[in-house]
Ligand binder design. Structure first.
Ligand code: NAP
Length: 337
């Protein structure tokens, strides 16, 4: 018998507009490992299990099949369109004038929707790499971040919002210095920001900055993305499943360490978007936010799980002359040029 979690029991967060959004969603990046059929099958199962928030992207190359799943669910009456919060992202090859609109048009066609609930700029550079490329791959046309170029892309996002095609717009893979440069120039501010966040990479400064700026953080790779592509695996990366702080709390609650990561994320205030194609995993990820919360003491102990271990380093987006992946993340507090 398949597990069902009542969506009403899933806590909600409030967006700057006052709108409520579930405190957990489902990711749909197959990490070049899982087929579109497997991922869309999981989305179908997740809707039935009670998920109402889905994180999609054109570059995941599975929006067409996921669109069929949404459409079947609406037709069957499993869920109404207005009960789902569906997000997607414009890929780095579509930042040019007019391209953002074309990209969203394709996404809407594939997802079989009239609007998305949130549309993100996936990366703040127009630096393209082909899906499935290896970690050493570089594009000679790649460029460092430029606020004027970014804002030109953002103006197109704002137009899509005004046209009612994207109910919210958001950033992804930003840093505090980039936000400081971009936010004052936004006519429409981002409601949401996607960023890597898990117990071993808590991004406290960026997280706090978002809260102060009234932007809702969304945490990707919330359980340390054990199935991430090989290009995103590096020596020295830590497995959140083996960190003593996480393991100990998991034992105390009688759950998998993955579940501790999700509880921690939801209680801290970011919206985790874990991925899994397995029903037992995605159902337990959703159920865990409705029961048996971590104690205050455990939440405090989880701060010590921080290892400053960024997993998605993004080196494939580096430009000629860049020293290393750190240049993407403005580690010295200034935008790296
Ligand atoms: N904005 C961006 O640039 C960006 C970047 C990366 C990801 N994302 C989004 O974030 C989503 C999540 O990130 P992610 O998929 O990389 O990482 P993740 O959610 O941290 O990890 C996914 C993996 O964790 C395992 N897992 C999930 N639930 C589990 C459970 N209850 N117990 C044990 N293992 C469990 C599964 O591995 P097994 O299959 O081995 O069980 C699954 O493949 C993506 O799907 C995507 O939507 C966005």
């Amino acid at each position: 018998m398949k597990e069902r979690i009542d969506p009403k029991k899933v806590p909600k967060r409030t967006l700057p507009s006052g709108e409520k959004i579930p405190c957990i969603g489902m990711g749909t990046f197959g990490s070049d490992r899982f087929t579109p059929e497997q991922v869309s099958g999981a989305v179908a199962g997740a809707i039935e299990a009670g998920y109402r928030l889905f994180d999609c992207a054109s570059v995941y190359q599975n929006e067409r099949l996921i669109g069929d799943v949404f459409n079947s669910a609406f037709k069957a009456g499993t869920v109404r369109r207005e009960d789902l919060f569906i997000m997607s992202k414009v890929w780095n090859d579509s930042h040019g004038e007019g391209d953002v609109l074309l990209s969203l048009a394709k996404t809407l066609k594939d997802l079989r929707l009239e609007y998305v609930d949130a549309y993100f700029v996936h990366w703040p550079f127009p630096n393209y790499h082909a899906p499935g490329c290896d970690g050493d791959s570089r594009n000679p046309d790649s460029k460092p971040f430029s606020v004027s170029r970014f804002i030109a892309t953002w103006r197109q996002m704002e137009r899509l919002h005004k046209a009612g095609l994207a109910r919210h717009v958001g950033f992804s893979n930003m840093t505090v210095p980039k936000l400081e440069a971009a936010l004052p120039q936004c006519e429409i501010r981002p409601s949401l920001i996607e960023m890597e966040m898990h117990p071993c990479f808590q991004q406290a400064d960026l997280f706090d900055y978002c809260l102060v700026e009234n932007i809702q953080p969304i945490g990707f790779c919330p359980i340390g993305s054990p199935t991430r592509p090989d290009r995103d695996k590096a020596e020295g990366d830590v497995s959140v499943f083996e960190v003593p702080e996480v393991v100990e709390i998991a034992k105390a609650h009688g759950v998998h360490p993955a579940v501790v990561c999700i509880k921690w994320a939801a209680q801290r205030g970011q919206i985790p978007i874990p991925f899994s194609i397995y029903e037992n995993e995605y159902a337990s990820n959703l159920r865990c936010v409705t029961e048996d919360p971590l104690t205050k003491k455990e939440m405090k102990a989880m701060k010590n799980a921080e290892r400053n271990n960024r997993l998605i380093k993004g080196q494939v987006f580096l430009w000629e002359g860049a020293a290393g992946w750190e240049d993407l993340w403005d580690l010295n507090g200034e935008i790296t040029k």
